[in-house]
Design a binder for this molecule. Structure first.
Ligand code: ADP
Length: 485
């Protein structure tokens, strides 16, 4: 792999701790493989609690000087980091595809998307304004300061190996915090390459640390260590709840981006072609492995058959193959557990009467490739109605009225993204307001951008990332009451 990179130095097999590239204390490592062919790409340090404690201490030691810089000085360093990420877009995309599986075009897109948070928050850090409050007594003056929370821990998933890190670290650094990141075991090389570029950008030692290894041990230290003031996590709802419990002991601030169960509603009055294009984009991006992927396609009875037919026809055209192959639109699933989960959910649905319109099996390419699938006549009794599929399977549900669609859409413990297609302006308002979701795509299947707030309601999480709201997650409010004037 290093031979194919323009800059082989971006490929690192050591963790980045306090500005140094280090191995685990006991020298232990674990392997990272390419999901497209199972080949081993390299090994990274298998670190635990002791190394994590040192990373937290380093981040704590680096904090006062980082915080003392002017916002403009921090912005300059982050701007440089952004430029280096974009200058290395091709290498970062190749690294990502090789460890994660997504098609190169999507990986390039993620590098740009990930970099956009660094650029955006470099600017936004300059606009962390305070307040003055008209006082409650003549001899007092009241002020509000917004201050960095301190050391931030970030635990990130494999589906967006780069953007989920910058979405947390860029606002943290801009706010004047320092950070310790634990990337997912499947995709550490993207995280380490980001650290190479942060170092080159001149971000001081200890401000941004990346540790790899035992998720449980690292997680226990990050959540238990009182010097960590904030945890930002993206991943499964189950692990999010565990980390939330672990953070209770030291009452840490928390941001959680957890699972979703996105409804994608197509009303009779929708533009059919636009709805099919949106469904394709929302469902099959990253082979269905995003927390905002449509998980349930709710289709009104008048348009159901036409939509099913058009969607199935479009899905048949999707090109499946290794992400590095030109023209590939659907890469492999991340690992065999993911493959088995998708297969199990589909088998359960078919058992209970669902009909496969296209796909439905492991792909002939073998490994963890799965056929892009459309399945109709899905009902609430089937497991995929409640569970996140996280694979290229689109289940179609039939409904008759707007009220029924809203009831079905909200009948879940999740509340991250929802989508609907309609051209009736009254309905657009009613449904937008009725959906219990943090993000609503209206006649649109792709909603992510650094300028808008991303986050969920209910068990999908706490807090928002990106946009001017995203930096608040890393700021404390301090109230000053000045008396005796
Ligand atoms: P996914 O289903 O996307 O793999 P996970 O929640 O398992 O979601 O993983 C997201 C991140 O959480 C990864 O970095 C993973 O290593 C980490 N993780 C998993 N279990 C724990 C744990 N017990 N403590 C801390 N981090 C964990």
């Amino acid at each position: 792999l290093t031979m194919e990179l323009r800059d082989p130095d971006l490929f690192r097999s050591r963790a980045y701790l306090d500005g140094a590239w280090v191995g685990a204390d006991d020298g232990a490592t674990f392997p990272v493989t390419n999901p497209a062919d199972g080949a081993m790409l390299g090994r990274v340090p298998d670190m635990g609690a002791a190394e994590t404690r040192r990373a937290v201490t380093a981040a704590g030691a680096a904090w006062p000087a980082w915080r003392a810089l002017t916002a403009k000085a921090r912005a300059g360093l982050q701007r440089r980091w952004f430029e280096l990420i974009m200058a290395n877009q091709e290498d970062l995309a190749l690294l990502m595809t090789t460890e994660q599986g997504k098609p190169l075009a999507e990986a390039r897109g993620e590098v740009a998307y990930g970099a956009s948070f660094v650029e955006w928050f470099a600017e936004e850090g300059k606009r962390v304004y305070g307040d003055t409050i008209p006082a409650h007594a003549p001899d007092k003056r009241l002020l509000v300061l917004r201050e960095p929370v301190g050391v931030v821990a970030a635990i990130t998933p494999w589906n967006f190996p780069l953007a989920m890190i910058t979405r947390k670290v860029a606002p943290a650094l801009a706010a004047g915090c320092t950070a310790v990141v634990k990337p997912a075991e499947d995709t550490p090389f993207s995280a380490l390459a980001l650290a190479v570029l942060a170092e080159r950008a001149g971000i001081p030692a200890g401000v941004f640390n990346v540790i790899t290894g035992d998720a449980e041990a690292i997680g226990a230290e990050l959540t238990g260590n009182p010097a960590v003031r904030k945890l930002s996590f993206t991943g499964s709802t189950e692990v999010g709840k565990l980390l939330m419990r672990q953070c209770a002991g030291t009452v840490k601030k928390l941001s959680l981006e957890l699972g979703g169960n996105a409804p994608f509603i197509v009303f009779d009055d929708a533009d059919l072609d636009a709805a099919v294009a949106g469904a394709l984009a929302s469902k099959y991006r990253n082979s269905g492995q995003t927390c905002v992927c449509a998980n349930r396609m709710l289709v009104q009875e008048g348009i159901y058959d036409a939509f099913a037919e058009k969607l199935a026809a479009a899905v048949r055209e999707l090109q499946v193959g290794p992400g590095t192959e030109s023209g590939s639109q659907q890469g492999p699933l991340i690992n065999s557990a993911a493959l088995e989960k998708v297969e199990g959910l589909l088998a359960d649905a078919v058992d209970k009467g669902a009909r496969v319109l296209t796909g439905g099996h492991r792909h002939a390419l073998g490994g963890t490739f799965f056929e892009p699938t459309v399945v109709c006549d899905v009902t609430p009794e089937m497991r995929m109605t409640r569970e996140e599929i996280f694979g290229p399977v689109a289940p179609l549900y039939r409904f008759s009225t707007e009220a029924e669609a809203l009831r079905m859409a909200n009948d879940t413990r999740y509340g991250l993204a929802a989508y609907f297609y309609s051209r009736d302006i009254g309905r657009i308002w009613r449904v937008s307001e009725g959906l219990e979701y943090g993000i609503v795509g209206i006649n649109e299947g792709i909603i992510s951008t650094e300028v808008a707030p991303f986050g969920g309601m209910k068990e999908s999480g706490i807090g928002r990332e990106g946009s001017r709201y995203g930096i608040d997650e890393f700021l404390e409010i301090k109230y000053l009451c000045l008396g005796g004037i």
